[in-house]
Design a protein. Structure first.
Length: 199
């Protein structure tokens, strides 16, 4: 069983701009994101991703940004594509909107003015991944889901450095599969802990 098998349960297919189709594969559809394991085929902006839903309906998404990640053992290379529904054109704004994004906590501090942050943080053993997971979970809108997230994170943290880390990690990944947009940036750091059996 692959590391993504728990979270990649949606049936997908890519249609390239030249009309060629990839074979169907499994991935995860979230709000504005489609994630799947890299299979040797290149995804490009402008490609279409088809989502074959269990009720027989098919949704089409246009790739805005492929979001390719090289992976980190044992995490294989993957895509976390930013998408928009086909036919949905964002509303034009009458005047430009300028935004300032400041990330001022932990390592990797940065400021983005009028731009998108495409940077990738590399976590070291000294980074307290569990506090970062809690900070990310605080952004979940449902209070009950936030409590579940904190429970899973606390369980993993308590098991860190023990044989109990693997089952705690597995339970957290099952929970995180429903909230991939929030937790996917932390999967490589958690996998590194898993590879070292939580040490």
């Amino acid at each position: 069983m692959g590391i993504f098998d728990v979270v990649h349960t949606d049936e997908l297919q890519v249609v390239k701009e030249d009309g060629t189709h990839w074979p169907k594969f499994k991935g995860n559809v979230g709000k504005g994101k489609v994630s799947f394991e890299y299979t040797g085929k290149r995804l490009d902006a402008g490609d279409t991703i088809l989502w074959f839903q269990s009720d027989g309906a098919t949704q089409e998404f246009i790739v805005v940004d492929p979001g390719f990640s090289d992976g980190l053992r044992p995490i294989p290379p993957s895509y976390a594509a930013t998408v928009r529904k086909k036919g949905h054109v964002p509303k034009a704004r009458s005047r430009p909107v300028h935004s300032i994004h400041v990330h001022n906590a932990g390592t990797g501090n940065r400021v983005n003015i009028g731009s998108v942050d495409n940077s990738v943080n590399t976590y070291s053993a000294e980074t307290n991944i569990f506090n970062q997971l809690r900070e990310a979970a605080a952004g979940l809108t449902d209070a009950e889901v936030r409590v579940d997230a904190d429970r899973h994170i606390t369980t993993m943290e308590a098991a860190h450095g023990t044989e109990g880390f693997v089952p705690a990690y597995t339970r957290f990944m099952g929970f995180a599969s429903d909230h991939l947009a929030v937790f996917q940036p932390f999967i490589p750091a958690l996998a590194a802990l898993l590879a070292g059996r939580g040490s």
